[in-house]
Design a protein around this ligand. Structure first.
Ligand code: ACO
Length: 429
């Protein structure tokens, strides 16, 4: 017999079914709450609100577990590629060799952006934030792809997913080239997803370059680690926008805007800025940490803490290891890495952070790797967006293939003015 939760209000008891997830997570189904009791729930920031039933990603924040479609992030990052992981997220199963080849070919076939899109890049000022360009250009790419997306038809959706995944990296590299006044570089047919991105970022039309395989692999792994993270701010945004039946491009463009903020995808930029400031000022770490604890001018230890993880973020463990590997491979000595390691050592022993369960998150070390590869700081969040695209696509598809498509529309508790009469402007003081 299924469990029920009982709510007592105003002398009456009401029962609500308890939904049990596949990993025994419990959720009280309150879909009949307002109809039965006249109440709504109030949960600012949604920390206690399950917005959907999803089969894509599982996180146990207390135990530091992250799995895509049942596979641990540790196994995927070790054995899989970003392309294969993207397929897994979007379609639910690891691809067969033929399916993976087909997906890879689609990614390659759709790697060019329409020639008419190229001049759009010239319309942005040199100072335009790359996330603004990316969001605008993903929406623009949608205008060049007007055919109807059929989320339930696997083969047609595979093409749509490949178009979006492929073009996001071409657009990202083109926006970077435009921002530094260099010619946009066309993608190549012989490179894998990530190598092709590095080629478009760092080569010239008349000069090939050969990124080290270890660097290509490290970036591919960073993309895998960012590929999905259940109902975070940007993914919830994609689902919300998609629930109005907005198309996949518009929904992904909205996700990019949500990711942009420093409390979400912009955090690795904030981490580098924080480390640079401490390094340049020569500020003792203890002093900086004391300032964080006093909430001086709202200072936080960026790259620490997470809404869901109350333990070490499993992605951060891997990123820290990769950071050392990449810097060693490139022969780079970065004082910011030393600083980050020391900050972590101090923070994880400090009662302030221990009591609040604040540990390094994925952003704490990722910026140092990206910097070492040569990715400029203002492109960091763009890298995150490339990685997160499969997760957004998978979630958008899930919204559209669920049992019933229902528009996301939360309620509120109104606490504004009571009814008042309009006063003509001449009478207002
Ligand atoms: N440094 C110092 N104190 C912190 C930090 C931090 N990074 N994060 C949380 N706290 C403190 C808060 O001040 C608060 O303390 P209080 O109870 O004394 O007021 C307590 O911990 C709880 O903090 P909340 O803001 O309520 O936690 P929430 O779950 O809402 O926030 C968040 C999570 C936004 C990630 C937060 O930890 C933060 O701002 N971290 C820094 C930014 C960051 O690294 N973001 C990346 C997240 S991962 C990602 O999006 C990919």
């Amino acid at each position: 017999m299924s469990e029920k939760a009982t709510l007592t209000y105003s002398g009456k008891s009401y029962e609500f079914p308890v939904q049990v997830g596949s990993e025994n997570e419990l959720g009280m189904d309150i879909s009949q709450l307002r109809a039965q009791t006249g109440l709504i729930t109030l949960d600012e920031g949604y920390a206690n609100t399950g917005s959907c039933d999803s089969k894509i990603t599982y996180i146990d924040g207390e135990r530091g577990i992250l799995r895509y479609r049942g596979y641990t992030i540790e196994e995927l990052v070790e054995y899989s590629s970003f392309t294969e992981t993207a397929y897994l997220l979007i379609f639910g199963e690891l691809p067969t060799p033929i399916q993976l080849q087909e997906f890879h070919e689609l990614l390659t076939r759709h790697q060019f952006i329409h020639e008419n899109m190229r001049h759009h890049f010239q319309g942005f000022p040199a100072s335009a934030p790359p996330m603004a360009i990316l969001s605008a250009m993903i929406n623009t790419a949608g205008c060049f792809q007007p055919e109807l997306v059929q989320p339930a038809d696997e083969s047609s959706f595979m093409e749509t997913a490949a178009i979006l995944m492929s073009k996001v990296r071409t657009i990202a590299a083109a926006s970077y080239k435009t921002s530094i006044g260099e010619p946009i570089v066309y993608p190549r047919f012989d490179l894998n997803y990530t190598a092709n991105f590095l080629h478009m970022m760092f080569c010239m039309p008349n000069k090939t370059c050969h990124p080290e395989p270890e660097i290509v692999r490290a970036l591919d792994q960073i993309f895998i680690l960012h590929a999905d993270h259940e109902q975070n701010c940007s993914t919830s945004t994609v689902r919300m926008v998609g629930s109005s039946q907005a198309n996949l491009y518009a929904s992904a463009a909205a996700g990019i805007c949500a990711l942009w903020g420093p409390l979400h995808g912009g955090a690795n930029v904030a981490v580098i800025k924080m480390l640079e400031r401490i390094h340049e000022d020569g500020q003792p770490l203890d002093q900086f940490i004391e300032g964080v604890k006093r909430h001086d001018a709202g200072v936080r230890l960026m790259g620490f803490g997470h809404r869901v993880y109350k333990n070490y973020d499993p992605r951060a463990k891997f990123i820290k290891k990769t950071c050392h590997t990449v810097l060693n491979k490139l022969g780079i000595h970065d004082p910011l890495l030393e600083l980050a390691v020391k900050l972590e050592e101090v923070a994880v022993k400090d009662p302030y952070f221990v009591e609040r369960k604040l540990y390094p998150n994925v952003d704490f070390y990722s910026g140092i790797i990206l910097r070492a590869i040569g990715i400029p700081v203002d492109m960091f969040t763009v890298m995150f967006a490339i990685g997160r695209m499969p997760g957004w696509i998978a979630n958008w598809r899930e919204v559209h293939t669920g049992s019933q498509l229902k528009i996301y529309r939360p309620r509120q508790i109104y606490s504004g003015s009571l009814l008042r009469s309009y006063e003509a402007i001449e009478k207002r003081k």
